[in-house]
Design a protein. Structure first.
Length: 316
């Protein structure tokens, strides 16, 4: 309730003793917000944008769905400022709470692709109930391209090509690979993969089979999340904000490890179509990789049959 939130987040936050200046911008999004956000990012500055629901709605109607996503992806905080800028303290105001709060949150959640905006920031257990391990929904008419075992040496070029084609993919990265990539190419060298609109997710540290005994959960989950969080500059990765895929599609048999997964990740998913790009004998050509993907996608029942495509970075 609002009274409880007031106790948790008093109106004098942030802490008075912090030596930080917070830049906040109200009443947007304005027509130049994307350029504005990029300039601040290039200067190494993160800002907070308090947006109006109607302005978000108008912006997306003009510029297209997803046009505002990069503001959040650049590291800025997007926050709510009601739908139509009413005076909430005015007793004479006839406040449509559903529109001013719910509709605004829904519009912002859609604009920056952030489901937790709909529930004020859900705990990992709540998100787990919202996003079970068979996501996405079977009846969606969408093909999901997922790439495992990276980041590979050409991942930045790979992500850019997909972006230029208007395609968002999901990259399931291994912790040791992220560490090795940044040691070679420098801190922040992977940031743009996420900034381009792709989803970066976790795939354990060392491709550990979770169905076997003796899993080092701290290494496979905590260290991997920390490495990804640093690589894409996303603190949410440290607090259950990542998707997860178990190596070999094998889930742990013991309850403790399974419970750790629920605490560390917002959802877990396997796949429905194996491209077999990892088997060069079975898929010696590009067309051989494409055939099972296109065959499933062209099926009239592909939603019910499954539409998450398994591929690997650096294969074939």
């Amino acid at each position: 309730k609002s009274e409880d939130v007031k106790e948790e987040f008093p109106d004098d936050v942030p802490n008075q003793d912090e030596k930080v200046v917070y830049l906040t911008f109200e009443d947007g999004p304005h027509s130049d917000v994307r350029e504005h956000a990029q300039v601040l990012h290039d200067l190494g500055v993160n800002a907070t944008y308090f947006w109006l629901g109607w302005a978000v709605d108008a912006f997306e109607k003009k510029e297209g769905r997803g046009a505002l996503r990069n503001v959040s992806a650049l590291g800025h905080t997007v926050a709510a400022h009601t739908w139509s800028h009413p005076n909430l303290r005015s007793e004479s105001a006839k406040l449509n709470r559903s529109q001013e709060i719910d509709d605004t949150n829904a519009k912002i959640a859609q604009a920056i692709d952030s489901p937790e905006k709909l529930d004020g920031g859900m705990k990992s257990e709540d998100v787990k109930e919202e996003f079970p391990d068979d996501v996405p929904n079977q009846d969606e008419k969408v093909v999901y391209l997922t790439f495992e075992d990276g980041p590979h040496s050409d991942v930045r070029e790979h992500a850019q090509v997909l972006h230029d084609l208007g395609v968002n993919a999901t990259y399931f990265w291994l912790g040791w690979q992220v560490e090795a990539f940044e040691e070679k190419h420098g801190r922040g060298s992977l940031w743009n993969v996420s900034a381009l609109g792709h989803t970066v997710a976790a795939h354990t540290w060392g491709h550990q089979n979770l169905g076997k005994k003796g899993v080092n959960r701290s290494r496979e989950f905590d260290d991997t999340n920390a490495e990804i969080a640093q690589a894409i500059d996303s603190p949410r990765a440290l607090d259950g904000g990542l998707l997860f895929r178990p190596p070999y599609g094998t889930y742990p048999l013991d309850g403790d490890t399974l419970g750790d997964l629920a605490e560390h990740y917002k959802a877990s998913m396997t796949w429905s179509v194996d491209s077999r790009d990892w088997d060069t004998k079975a898929t010696p050509t590009t067309q051989a990789v494409l055939n099972p993907i296109l065959s499933r996608a062209r099926s009239p029942n592909f939603g019910a049959e499954g539409h998450i495509i398994l591929m690997h970075e650096g294969k074939n």
